[in-house]
Design a binder for this molecule. Structure first.
Ligand SMILES: Nc1ncnc2c1ncn2[C@@H]1O[C@H](COP(=O)(O)OP(=O)(O)OP(=O)(O)O)[C@@H](O)[C@H]1O
Ligand SMILES: Cc1cn([C@H]2C[C@H](O)[C@@H](COP(=O)(O)O)O2)c(=O)[nH]c1=O
Length: 213
């Protein structure tokens, strides 16, 4: 049976990566096959594209170039990693996917959500996630968290002005409205423990729906 494709979305510092690892561990404890991955990246070609996009020295990068690079990385990652894992019946937990492009490039960069959706549908065809979890945190709170993290190297997108990050957040609200129920929202201002529990409820229910009904 085909696996389950779940994406994690939200602004910078929302806690997606932290929680994704904890959820993967719980699923593995249940004996489930799990694939953890991220965008941009997850496979060598896409990790190289990630380096180009996020290099803090590449300030001259054009917005459309940025959008196309994200879509190119997404295509390769999808065909090389996500689809084969789903074919094998794995639960794929993906740190960001198409909704990031809609919020960051489509809305915050001002390229237009419809145009960014069009290039991404060319890249992913009809392979949308089965479920998406949005980590809801105000941009100021998320940025504060990543600034406190001394081990994190600030990338080109992290270094955008606060106004950009506010537009990203607004973009996500628009994406959620358009998603017609695919995206479930979690209050990511709660403690890490509480967020893990809330995300677990969603993931567990999706897994049960798929395999136990
Ligand atoms: N619920 C929480 N409350 C407070 N701090 C948290 C919470 N969840 C994660 N953090 C901390 O916030 C920082 C960012 O977390 P994490 O890297 O998981 O976020 P992210 O959403 O993946 O960020 P980005 O997309 O910007 O890489 C880390 O230092 C992490 O320990
Ligand atoms: C997939 C995707 C990502 N982004 C942005 C969002 C973040 O600023 C970085 C990725 O870094 P993270 O630490 O892995 O979250 O890239 C984007 O603008 N558009 C996208 O499609």
């Amino acid at each position: 049976m085909r696996g389950l494709f779940i994406s994690f979305e939200g602004p910078e510092g929302a806690g997606k990566t932290t929680v994704l690892h904890k959820i993967a561990a719980r699923l593995k404890e249940q004996g489930r096959a799990v694939t953890m991955t991220r965008e941009p990246g997850g496979i060598p070609i896409a990790e190289k594209i990630r380096e180009v996009i996020l290099d803090a020295n590449h300030q001259e990068m054009d917005g459309k170039t940025e959008a196309l690079l994200y879509a190119a990385a997404r295509r390769q990652h999808l065909v090389e990693k996500v689809l084969p894992a789903l074919e094998e019946g794995s639960i794929v937990l993906c740190d960001r996917f198409i909704d990031s492009s809609l919020a960051y490039q489509g809305f915050a960069r001002g390229l237009g959500m419809d145009d960014v959706l069009a290039i991404n549908l060319f890249a992913i065809e009809d392979h949308m996630p089965d479920c998406t979890i949005f980590f809801d945190v105000p941009p100021e709170v998320g940025l504060e968290r990543i600034w406190k993290d001394t081990e994190r190297e600030q990338n080109r997108l992290d270094l955008e002005e606060l106004e950009f990050h506010k537009r990203v957040y607004k973009g996500y609200q628009e994406v959620i409205t358009r998603a017609e129920g695919r995206i479930q929202v979690v209050d990511a201002q709660k403690s890490e423990l509480q967020v893990v529990e809330n995300v677990w409820e969603i993931v567990n229910s999706e897994v049960n729906l798929k395999w136990n009904s």
